[in-house]
Write a protein that binds this ligand. Structure first.
Ligand code: NAD
Ligand code: UDP
Length: 313
């Protein structure tokens, strides 16, 4: 049995990860400050004697003895990470320093949940890990993008300087049950709006694209990455190459929910990336042929069912 720390464990991805790690027979410590996460996401795990929840902010040091650390603590939705941009940078950067310091002291493995946002508004399509990105350092997304980029730098430097056993994954847009209904990201926004027959808010003309990954596929890739040998550090892209425009996503959700909602077009936020698609050749190669199994329609089915139940619709 391994003892595993999941920071951001009460969030959308973190809570799925805690559940899966427990199912695989591990002891799990879930750390969260509940900024965007919720106790509700992990309430069903509290009866498990091998599960523990700790209210803590990663910007201050934390001491514990574990075998592995998954560092997920960070708001991920633009409206939430832009709410207090200085805090977002602190969470990414000081959170990374504190967790890397811990990993160094206890000699544990540590995995960083990085993001496709390190590529910014990419000039290369699809994006391989070798692409250095096109990121505005002083825009409204910078607190998140640059914070995550600096965290990657810190991980790499702790590895080179202190031999910390690191793993960096770059997660592309991931969705699924347990997203917060007011999360603000496109999949949850559109589903909630469609189920309530409210206007579907398209930012810009909806021609911008994203590649949507179902959460179960991400978990599989994340765990395989953590289990690789110490010579594999990443960064590695984890995403579903299936690429859709935002308008296509809206139309699919309208069809699947049978909604009466109308589309409304709102201004496109500054620096909103035009296109995004992961090149996952490296993940396939180093993660035993890992590739996403859940297509968009199948993943949306269970996500819509989750929100129907949550909203009692
Ligand atoms: P989320 O907002 O649901 O989860 C983030 C969790 O971190 C929340 O529970 C939040 O309360 C917690 N948190 C935030 N600041 C904290 C702090 N200072 N101290 C302790 N806990 C803190 O978002 P998510 O989608 O589950 O994202 C999880 C991780 O994956 C994030 O690091 C995010 O950047 C990364 N990621 C997610 C996606 C995606 O599409 N979902 C894409 C790329 C990267
Ligand atoms: N978006 C939208 N309507 C919404 C929420 C988001 O049109 O209600 C767009 C947003 O402008 C972006 C895309 O959907 O082009 C994905 O947004 P999200 O916030 O989910 O993720 P990110 O931009 O970080 O990839």
């Amino acid at each position: 049995m391994k003892r595993i720390l999941v920071t951001g464990g009460a969030g959308f991805i973190g809570s799925h990860l805690c559940e899966r790690l427990l199912k695989e027979g591990n002891e799990v410590l879930c750390l969260d400050n509940y900024f965007t996460g919720s106790k509700r996401n992990v309430a069903h795990l509290l009866q498990n004697p091998y599960f523990e929840v700790i209210r803590h902010d990663v910007t201050t040091p934390f001491y514990v003895e574990v075998d592995e650390i998954f560092n997920l603590a960070c708001p991920a939705s633009p409206i939430h990470y832009q709410y207090n941009p200085i805090k977002t940078v602190k969470t990414s950067v000081m959170g990374a320093i504190n967790m890397l310091g811990l990993a160094k002291r206890i000699k544990s493995k540590i995995l960083q949940a990085s993001t496709s946002e390190v590529y910014g508004d990419p000039a290369i399509h699809p994006q391989p890990e070798s692409y250095w990105g096109n990121v505005n350092p002083i825009g409204i997304r910078s607190c998140y993008d640059e914070g995550k980029r600096c965290a990657e730098t810190l991980f790499t430097d702790y590895h080179h300087q202190n031999q910390v056993r690191i793993k960096i994954i770059r997660i592309f847009n991931t969705y699924g049950p347990k997203m917060h209904p007011d999360d603000g990201r496109v999949v949850s926004n559109f589903i909630v709006q469609a189920l309530k027959n409210e206007e579907i808010t398209i930012y810009g003309d909806g021609s911008q694209s994203r590649s949507f990954q179902y959460v179960d596929d991400l978990l599989e890739g994340m765990i395989r990455m953590m289990n690789t040998g110490d010579d594999i550090t990443g960064p590695v892209n984890l995403g579903n190459p299936g690429e859709f425009t935002i308008l296509e996503l809206a139309e699919l959700i309208l069809k699947m929910t049978g909604s009466q909602s109308k589309l409304t077009f709102l201004p496109l936020p500054q620096d909103d990336p035009v296109q995004r698609q992961p090149d996952i050749s490296l993940a396939r190669e180093i993660l035993d042929g890992w590739s996403p199994r859940v297509d968009l329609e199948t993943g949306l089915e269970s996500t819509i069912a989750y929100f129907k139940d949550l909203l009692k619709l």
